[in-house]
Each structure stands twice: as C-alpha cells, then as structure tokens.
Design a binder for this molecule. Sequence first.
Ligand code: SAH
Ligand code: SF4
Length: 365
Amino acid sequence: MTVNLLDFDAAGLTAYFAELGEKPFRARQVLRWIHRFGQSDFDAMTDIAKSLREKLRQVASIVPPAIVSDRLSDDGTRKFLFDVGGGNAVETVFIPEDDRGTLCVSTQAGCALDCAFCSTGKQGFNRNLTVAEIIGQLWQANRALGADPNGDRIISNVVLMGMGEPLANFENSVTALRLMLDDNAYGLSRRRVTVSTSGLVPVMDRLRDECPVALAVSLHAPNDALRDELVPINRKYPLHDLMAACRRYLEKAPRDFVTFEYVMLDGVNDSDANARQLLALTRDVPCKFNLIPFNPFPASPFRRSPSPRIRAFAEILMNAGIVTTTRKTRGDDIDAACGQLAGQVRDKTRRTAGGVFTIHEEKLQ
Ligand code: SAH
Ligand code: SF4
C-alpha cells in the first residue's frame, strides 16, 4: 500500500516529507502540483528532482475517488457520482451562477442523523469519507470543469452541504477545509467556504476555534417540539443551546451573520405563526435566512409548500429586516437538488442512535 498524498494538508505533507528526509519547501512544491495544477503523475512535476520523483513513485500515490457518472442538468447544474469503494457512492454538485461557481461537497457516505425530510438521512449511515475522498471531489471537479490554474476560478465557492454531516466527520472535514483555504492549494477565501450543520453544538465550538469559515445552520423549525421531530439531533442540542452556539461562533467567524437554512414543508413548518416564532427565536443572532423549497424523493411523507406560501413566509422575515432568500431549485431533473442526494449506501446497520456521532463525542471529552 502506498500513501495517498491527497490525505494530507500542508502540515501533514510537510511531516510526511520530513519522514522521507525531505525539506518543507519540497512538500510545498508537491502540494502545489497536486492541488493547484491538478497533477497526479509525479513524472510531470518537472521542478522536483528526479530522485525524489522516483522515491515518491515507490512509496506514494495521488488517488482521488473515481467518477462513476457525470450528468449535466438543463440549467447547467452538474452532478458527479463518486465511487468510494465497498458499494458506496457519494455525490457532488456544481452550481454555476452569474457571479460565482459553487461546488457542493459530501463528507460522509450516508448520514446517521436521520432528519425526517432528508433523502441522505433515509439512506442510513455507512462511514466517514477520508480527506482524500472529500478534497478529491474538488480536485476531480476542477479537472472535469477544465479549470485553468492561471485563469479565473471556475469553482469560487465550496459548501460542505452534500451528503452527510460535516461536523460528525470533524477531523477529515477540517483537514479538507485547510486545503481549500491554502494558497498553495485552492486558495479560497474563508468567506467563500461554508460548513452546513444540523447543529452539533460542541463541534461548532471546535470549528470556530480550529478553522472558522462561513456557517450555515439547518434550522427547519421555530420551536423544540417540532424540531425534535424534524431534526432529531435537536433532542440532544435544543434550540436555546443552538442559538447560543451561533452567537459564540460569530465571535470568530469570517462573516458577521449565520445563514439559517429552512426547508419549506407544506402545512408542517410554513405558517405565518411559525415565521413570527422564528423572529423571536433568532432575535439575538445576526442572521440571514435561506428558504429551501422541499425537494421530494421516493416515499417521503412531505410536500413542498406552495410558492405563494413561501413568499408570504419570506415577507414576514424580510419585514423584520432579515435578509431572506429562497433557494432556486436547481438540477432537479437529475436529482441534484438539496436533499435528493442519495448516492448509494451499503450497510445501513449503524443508522439508529447516531452511531458515529457518539464515538466522535467521546473523543471530545
Ligand atoms: N448535514 C448537513 C449538511 C448536508 S444537508 C446539514 O444538515 O446541514 C444540506 C441541506 O439540505 C440542509 O439544510 C438540509 O436540511 C437540506 N435538505 C435535506 N433534505 C432536503 C430536502 N428533501 N429538500 C430540501 N432540502 C433538504
Ligand atoms: Fe444528515 Fe443533514 Fe440529511 Fe440531516 S439534513 S440527515 S444532518 S445530511
């Protein structure tokens, strides 16, 4: 087995090169080749001494997850399906807009948190993605989109908002984030990299301390009774604690607001009264709202709120001075819209009781 260099951020690669008896600047050069120039062939790294290239060929490799399908939606959204072995596949979605290109990246094969309206959650949980599998989605997408290292960025923004809960795979997600931010790798600004979480409160504090980036929180309900049902992790970290964690996060965040994501479920969480409750709930948290029309998937018990209802709901928030956007449903002809990402997950045995998260939490103590 060779060592996969896609698993390392700058610090990790430097440490690995030290083991090989190589200087830190060599690690920096190789990091640039891998991530900035999208190179996976050591022989093409022309400013690296031949002897080092030879050594690397023997002990190391650069192996991203393989693309199993690559589909283009009528609206330009592009969905990649990646094989992550063992019968599992994860999805990555590229969303081009006038002023930016956003890549939505997955962090787990499946998800253990089992939110009621989420297709990924309903698939169950298989395992955390490795760093190589997380950053490899960006590496592969850059290549497939024909990114020119000297030209304008095609992917200007990354959101950890695909399959899985990034904060339940904290170490690997953060190592991948560091690569996204590193000038020798992807050089994205902290403001253009967003972690979306369903609200793992203690890990939100860790993210703030170790790698603050823009934060999106999947709120979806204005009170604990309803959120307990829709987002079961709320039973562990209720709204009062979540709002406090958001305020703490903002002390160190690169942006001065949290984005609250709110899936619009017909007759469930979309009344005027719900909107007013949200105003009260978020009074002390500088925030924006992103309303997501529910995207149906087979056997889901919910319906999408009608457009006039979504507009009326948005109006209440906006009249109170909260910037509110409604997410355009993109890529639904290829099942690439939010919550439709199902990939393919084998071995669902570990879904209930939030298996992984429990393990992770033990490490936090
Ligand atoms: N686990 C993280 C990130 C992945 S989910 C989180 O929950 O934030 C990304 C977003 O899609 C979340 O806001 C999630 O609530 C939303 N989502 C999930 N299922 C959806 C569906 N069927 N329709 C619309 N949005 C959905
Ligand atoms: Fe997991 Fe996010 Fe889906 Fe909830 S919404 S099940 S946390 S991926």
